[in-house]
Design a protein around this ligand. Structure first.
Ligand SMILES: *Cc1c(COP(=O)(O)O)cnc(C)c1O
Length: 855
């Protein structure tokens, strides 16, 4: 019976998106793109911007007979668009005359019914879609059909008499599908429907979103796209919170919560119809139509991650105190009866033994001063009433907020400074709301956002900030990854293996070359602990760089592999090692860095007449995770700067030569100026020593792991280091990166073992896990993961990729967009070249993935 089996995309545009020629060109582009991919397109749009307000005014003016001028302006506005779009001049002539007659009629009667009001308001949508349909027809090769929405959207039983805010049923509609037949592009109106009498009814303000959702449900669409002029839904208002991030995913309930809390991007009533038919909603931007936007769909926010901090301002609180409330049966009923009588609706409620506090929401209802006073007067007869105006309700939104109460404990400390009048947790467990003074609102939002969202572990759910989005060009240059070009090599490796670490040696060279472009640096040392594969070490050696080592075994490995290496190319920086390692290092003649006073104080004779480095604690730990920060009081590394002075006598007595200073503050640093800061700091400390020649600024060079991060720029690092060098030309500058040289040169590839769907959790099991790659379990670190066998397939799931190890932390990635996955698929984990295999274990007696190098 269904007239076609092509998938529909319902796309909705608001008033600002249909008001100019360039808007319409964007719409045409979007429609063409969808057609090219084989989708049928159902366009739903609003009246031209400002038209709904103008129509409302016209009705008022008509009652007084003063509508002539405003009517002409309205016609003019549409004629201008008609001219811009070069559609037929007389297209709307009949429509204009019809509206004029209606307005004159109102003038005659001196009043207007809801029925006529709805009919007049509907003209805006009807006119705009007629213009749009003619223009789109001229732009598309496909046949286009204009549909009167009122023929297919009919008010449901509950809202038969509601002309201004009706609701509709939205089951799959065979007659609609039949009517639209083989027309691959449909255009229709938002906002309007009809009732059983055939009268025009409206779906309430913002009803176009709802119309689009109804049509999506009726056509059984693949997706519903709401096109706006913002990139999507953010974790907070980006105008208020600079670091607010785009939400890549929301589930329906969370979206509902946010829409109701005033996120203006989507009308709250539009969500339910899509949810019932399980149609994903995409919020997209006409300004940047490449952007995926926010996807609202069905998935469990199982970790109770906070999705957003929202705020409603202008809240009024009414606090009611009664002495013996707990004894007084029916007190609440009496109290709420008063609210009912004065028709004041209540938003939040909190109760204690002697106090009930409620909030009035300015968003849903404006309560006049008079009405408020009457209400308060009557309430005062049953209890003591206190009214607080100018409050804000700040909400922490996310499914399962209860599950994260422990995590948000630190957030509560901000409320030591700001008084909370009311706290409420939604029974749906979707929000936690605090009512505070308006004036503190911005500060509280910023603080909560910082604590609960900006500091969040890496998650696919959070996208870029608004500022990052303003650089769309940069974002687009997602250059192809090396492993995409080396498919044959990778598949070959996996023919004879169940899983493998694959290292690309030419990529190692490229990374070293990039570092060499920092001309201010005199020597680069590769941190061996990041990856000690012989071929990787050989590649580094051939590039002429040195080795940074942290155990005597690493030193010995390098010496054995490269017997002729100059000892100045081996830098040894042990931490809490036993005395013998220091003695051996001195015997070998490699560069030795002491990171504690203890060896100097207790074993001073070992170092007598020797040259050493001192590793100072730069005091500010940096890095991608607490556990990789290697500076600051809580870190076990380095000598505090203030302690250096005490060492001077020992150094002098034993004729120890401090030839260099050293600092390393952590891993994964993406601040270009970081190493220059170290250089300045070390240069200052160096003034206490006459023989210092080398300043080793440490490693920690981070790599870009996710789209929204800004990469290090070698030029900028160089510039900042050159500046220090100009000031302290007497020192050579060294660096000792590990991750930067190898991380993106390695991938871990494993085969899918099983897929398990548990409620809405999509688990993809692979045949190796934390025994091969420990970083996600150890640091919660993020590694992009792809189904290498199905790179181009639609990503339908937010998968949890897990290994076979019997530990619940054996997860390699969470919320990873993934296609349908099958046993035997190759799953590829990126950025596994650093701290991957070197940290692997045989836990569960499962051998970690083997290493394979490709040239
Ligand atoms: C681990 C380590 C490095 C390398 O760190 P990356 O983050 O891999 O660059 C450099 N120096 C010291 C002292 C280290 O311990």
């Amino acid at each position: 019976m269904t007239t076609n089996n092509t998938a529909w995309h319902v796309i909705k545009f608001g008033g600002t998106s249909v008001s100019t020629r360039s808007n319409w060109d964007t719409i045409a582009k979007i429609v063409k793109r969808k057609r090219a991919k084989g989708f049928n397109v159902f366009v739903v749009h609003s009246a031209v911007s400002t038209v709904s307000n103008r129509l409302e005014q016209l009705i008022q003016l008509a009652i007084a007979g003063e509508h002539e001028v405003a009517f002409k302006e309205l016609v003019e506005l549409h004629q201008q668009l008609i001219e811009q779009l070069e559609v037929s001049q007389s297209l709307l002539d009949d429509e204009y005359r019809y509206l004029k007659r209606l307005l004159d009629g109102i003038n005659l009667l001196g009043e207007v019914s809801d029925r006529i009001r709805a009919l007049i308001m509907a003209q805006g949508e009807l006119w705009a879609t007629k213009i749009g349909a003619q223009y789109l027809s001229s732009q598309l090769e496909d046949k286009l059909l204009w549909v009167d929405a009122r023929e297919y959207l009919s008010a449901n039983r509950q809202s038969q008499n509601d002309y201004l805010a009706a609701g509709c049923d939205c089951d799959l509609d065979e007659s609609l599908l039949q009517h639209i037949g083989n027309n691959p592009v449909i255009i229709t109106q938002g906002f309007i429907a009809s009732n059983q009498e055939g009268d025009t009814v409206l779906l309430g303000r913002g009803g176009s979103d709802t119309s689009a959702a109804y049509f999506a449900a009726k056509t059984g669409a693949d997706r519903l796209e709401i096109w706006t002029d913002v990139p999507g839904i953010f974790t907070a208002n980006p105008n208020q919170v600079q670091n607010a991030r785009l939400l890549n995913h929301l589930n329906y309930d969370e979206a509902q919560e946010m829409a109701s809390a005033g996120a203006k991007v989507l009308h709250p009533r539009a969500i339910r119809p899509a949810q019932l038919s399980n149609i994903p909603i995409y919020i997209r931007s006409t300004i940047d139509s490449e952007l995926a936007g926010t996807q609202i769909h069905h998935f469990d926010n199982r970790w109770g991650m906070v999705k957003a901090i929202t705020a409603k301002n202008g809240i009024t609180l009414i606090s009611m105190e009664s002495q013996g409330m707990w004894q007084q049966a029916g007190f609440l009923a009496d109290m709420f009866a008063v609210f009912k009588k004065h028709q004041v609706s209540v938003d939040l409620v909190s109760t204690s033994e002697t106090n009930v506090t409620v909030s009035l929401d300015s968003l849903t209802q404006v309560v006049s001063e008079r009405r408020l006073k009457n209400l308060v007067d009557e309430l005062s007869t049953i209890c003591r009433v206190n009214v607080m105006k100018n409050c804000s309700a700040v909400s922490i939104v996310g499914q399962n907020v209860r599950a994260i109460l422990h995590k948000i404990a630190p957030a509560f400390s901000i409320f030591e400074t700001y008084k909370v009048y009311l706290l409420s947790q939604a029974a749906s467990d979707l929000n936690l709301t605090f009512v505070i003074d308006d004036e503190h609102c911005d500060k509280v939002i910023a603080a909560l956002h910082e604590l609960l969202i900006s500091n969040n572990p890496n998650s696919e759910i959070l996208g870029p900030t608004a500022k990052e989005l303003k650089k769309p060009l940069e974002r687009e240059v997602l250059s192809e990854k090396w492993w995409q070009k080396r498919r044959a090599d990778i598949e070959l490796c996996l023919e004879s293996r169940e899983n493998a670490y694959i290292y690309n040696l030419s990529a190692v060279k490229d990374n070293i070359s990039a570092l060499k472009s920092i001309s201010a640096v005199d020597q680069i040392f590769f941190a061996v602990k990041a990856n000690n594969h012989p071929q990787v070490l050989t590649t580094a050696f051939q590039q002429g760089i040195g080795f940074e080592t942290v155990s005597i075994y690493e030193v010995e490995t390098v010496l054995e592999m490269f017997p002729d290496i100059s000892k100045e190319r081996i830098f040894f920086t042990p931490n809490f090692a036993s005395r013998i390692e220091y003695e051996k290092a001195l015997d070998y003649g490699v560069m030795l860095s002491l990171d504690s006073s203890y060896p100097l104080k207790k074993w001073s004779e070992t170092f007598a007449n020797k040259s050493i480095f001192l590793r100072v604690d730069p005091n500010i730990g940096k890095g991608h995770h607490e556990n990789v920060r290697t500076a600051g009081a809580t870190s076990k590394f380095g000598i505090p700067i203030q302690e250096i002075e005490q060492l001077l006598p020992i150094i002098k007595e034993n004729n120890i030569k401090v030839v260099g200073l050293h600092a390393h503050a952590g891993s994964g640093i993406l601040t270009n100026e970081h190493w220059a800061e170290h250089a300045k700091l070390l240069a200052e400390v160096a003034s206490q020593f006459s023989e210092v020649k080398f300043l080793n600024l440490g490693g920690g060079f981070g790599i870009k792991e996710r789209a929204q991060q800004t990469e290090l720029t070698m030029e900028q690092i160089n510039q900042s280091l050159q500046a220090v060098k100009a000031q302290y030309p007497q020192y050579q500058l060294w660096i000792e990166p590990g991750r930067y040289i190898v991380a993106n040169t390695g991938v871990l590839v494993a085969k899918a073992t099983q897929v398990k769907q548990k409620q809405n959790y999509y688990y993809v099991g692979i045949n190796t896990g934390m025994n091969s790659l420990m970083r996600p379990a150890l640091y919660g670190s993020y590694h992009p993961i792809v189904n290498f066998s199905r790179l181009s397939e639609t990503k339908k799931h937010l998968a949890t990729v897990v290994g076979p190890i019997c530990e619940s932390t054996d997860k390699l990635g969470i919320e990873i967009p993934f296609p349908d996955t099958f046993e035997g698929d190759l799953i590829l984990i990126e950025n596994a070249g650093a701290y991957g295999h070197v940290m692997s274990t045989h836990y569960n007696m499962r051998a970690p993935a083997e290493e394979v190098c490709i040239p």
